[in-house]
Design a protein around this ligand. Sequence first.
Ligand code: AMP
Ligand code: MG
Length: 348
Amino acid sequence: MKTETWCVDNTVELSTDNPHIIEAANLLKRGEVVAFPTETVYGLGANALSERAVEKIFVAKGRPSDNPLIVHIGSKEQLQDLVQSVTPHAHKLIEQFWPGPLTLVLPKKAAVAHNVTAGLESVAIRMPNHPVALTLLKAANVPIAAPSANLSGKPSPTEAKHVYADLAGKIAGILDGGVTGVGLESTVVDCTTELPIILRPGGVTKEQLEEAVDCEVLVDKALQHDVHIAPRSPGMKYVHYAPDAPLQIVEGDLAFIQAIVNDARKAGKRVGVLTTTEQVNKYEADAVLACGERKNLTSVAQQLFATLRSFNTYDLDVIFSESFPREGIGEAIMNRLTKAAGGHVIKY
Ligand code: AMP
Ligand code: MG
């Protein structure tokens, strides 16, 4: 299949008359799969009301069919066609954070294709805050199921070229809207329970959620590193975000990490180090990459997935990553990094 790429200029006012948007929306309406930028990462979209269209997402990504997708909407009004009810907590969260990097899990209506939710009675929904995504959703005029636009198991794409590298020839088109903003996927919150439960940390933090709903917000037990508890969010159990070489997180200072690097190199390994601009010139290894600035965790989040992908060009045997404080967006950074490392953490 030929994959069309359309460059869309974000700096000008976008309308549903834009020829690239029309072409992409028409493909979606015809049941094809199209990648598009959002403020979190690039999504791989298909009509959420069509089981056949959604099936193409799973095929293109190689995604396990028991890992449900997030449905993206272009206006809050579309919600009523997709969910049985909107709880008072969900109402407050929508008012505060939509459009934005927050996904809500609610009881689903029958119109949502069965494979979108992997057979669950609940559906995950969000309204993204990105001009290209919103204009495309309005032009398509159907809810769009969209996971991240990467091959299953690889880091999520934050630029169109990442999508192209993973999915060229497998999807109908890619809308290129430049680099995404947040850089990590949305926060996922289960709103089917009495107290909201965070299923995946992301751009919206626990503190921000609690302030909006004015009650305690719980954190799913599977996120608290207890591997023996069955995850509530089915996608939690799979390998994610992995670079080609195995990644290990190191909790310790520069000298401790350099000693580990030295040992590995003495054993004949080619070694990568993931650090930040502050320390990038202080390590000796085969590839030392800066992922943002440590003093600005927002920049680390923005660059994390692209940095993980960059290591693949160095033919490494192992990558050691500095760890980050689990505060604010740091919670989401460490969640993704821990998954990329398959849970491997070396402690001082
Ligand atoms: P991705 O599309 O790769 O960003 O992943 C979507 C995330 O949302 C996965 O972690 C899914 O398990 C989660 N998710 C989607 N739908 C549901 C649902 N109905 N209940 C719980 N988690 C969900
Ligand atoms: Mg994903």
